[in-house]
Design a protein around this ligand. Structure first.
Ligand code: SF4
Length: 336
């Protein structure tokens, strides 16, 4: 059994860790958790400074052909009101919300081909007028599509693997396999995209060893953006009656992903909105703000549905102050 102190000392020195060391760190609570966060916070400042990176996320459509068990927009959720923003509406959102505060524009949608290649090209070219750094998180496409969108100006490819346990992956995401997910990420990387991925903390049947493996996979992938979001049971999903994930465990994941140097950008996910100050304290430096209209945002219920907080441009100054705050900031800081 590895103790917390030796695990922390080892990860600090090597920027790497064994499964057992990561498990020891994942278990940190109380004063040990504060030491873990302090170490990750210092590491962030040394590695990437204290700039807050802001992503403008455009939830283009909640139509999805897949049936992932944790997700509220699964095709099996017959009660959800479906929407698809028109290309014109998306371009308008970009024009209005892509201010100088925005570092990255992200186009997100469920899995399917409801936007044509021409639509996607048009959106990316419009976004490119306002921001150099463009992420696509639109599910699996054929490889020629990734190439074309890269040529059009997309720079980052987002595909969360959610769990690195291949058997659990197949259960959680019946239409896909972990191997396939990783092939898409690796292909995107091979043609020049920076890649973004991560896990969900608190999935049913997930062990601490699974989470430790998730973190090692994030490191192995050589990510640009890493994300550990907390599982939130969502109405209409297969897991709607499951228990919410542990926020402290998700925050510990953020700290460990920083200490492993999994990615320069580590997201303080909106699933952690009630502890966002702590996410920054644990080494996160990246947030997502939402520009889509409110009714659209709440119907984009990937996890959490109506319990998700809608973070907007108006929160950015507060986040900037929180990012450099030395003290832990437990409690709710986002009210909307
Ligand atoms: S996680 Fe993605 S692919 Fe799976 S149901 Fe939700 S939107 Fe569709």
């Amino acid at each position: 059994m590895i103790d917390f102190e030796s695990a922390l000392s080892s990860i600090r020195k090597k920027q790497d860790a064994t499964i057992q060391e990561i498990v020891a760190l994942l278990n940190a609570s109380g004063s040990r958790q504060r030491v873990l966060f302090n170490t990750a916070y210092e590491k962030r400042n040394v590695l990437v400074g204290d700039k807050l990176f802001v992503r403008l996320c455009i939830e283009a459509s909640n139509i999805c052909g897949n049936s992932c068990l944790f997700c509220g927009i699964t095709r099996k959720n017959k009660k959800l009101k479906r929407y698809k923003l028109s290309v014109g509406a998306i371009k308008n959102i970009i024009r209005i919300h892509a201010t100088q505060d925005v570092d990255i524009i992200q186009l997100s949608s469920g899995e399917g081909n409801f936007y044509t290649m021409q639509d996607l090209s048009e959106i990316i070219k419009e976004a490119k007028k306002y921001c150099d750094n463009i992420t696509i998180g639109i599910g699996h496409k054929n490889f020629s599509c990734y190439k074309k969108l890269f040529e059009d100006g997309a720079t980052n490819y987002l595909a969360k693997f959610e769990t690195s346990n291949a058997e659990e992956y197949k259960i959680m995401r019946p239409e896909s396999a972990l191997k396939e997910r990783l092939e898409h990420l690796n292909y995107a990387k091979s043609i020049g995209y920076r890649v973004a991925s991560g896990n969900i903390v608190g999935l049913p049947n997930q062990s601490l060893y699974d989470i430790a493996n998730d973190l090692l996979l994030m490191k192995k992938l050589g990510l640009y953006m890493a994300e550990s979001s907390v599982f939130c049971p969502t109405a209409g999903s297969e897991f709607e009656n499951e228990k919410k994930g542990d926020l402290d465990l998700a925050l510990n994941c953020i700290a460990i992903s920083r200490l492993l140097n999994c990615a320069p950008l580590i997201l303080a996910s909106s699933s952690l909105a009630e502890r966002i100050g702590d996410a920054f304290r644990a080494g996160a430096n990246y947030i997502s703000i939402h520009a889509a209209p409110e009714d659209v945002f709440y119907n984009y219920s990937i996890y959490g549905g109506s319990s998700r907080k809608r973070l907007t441009v108006g929160h950015i100054d507060k986040f900037r102050k929180l990012l450099v705050q030395k003290e832990l900031n437990a409690g709710c800081v986002i009210k909307n």
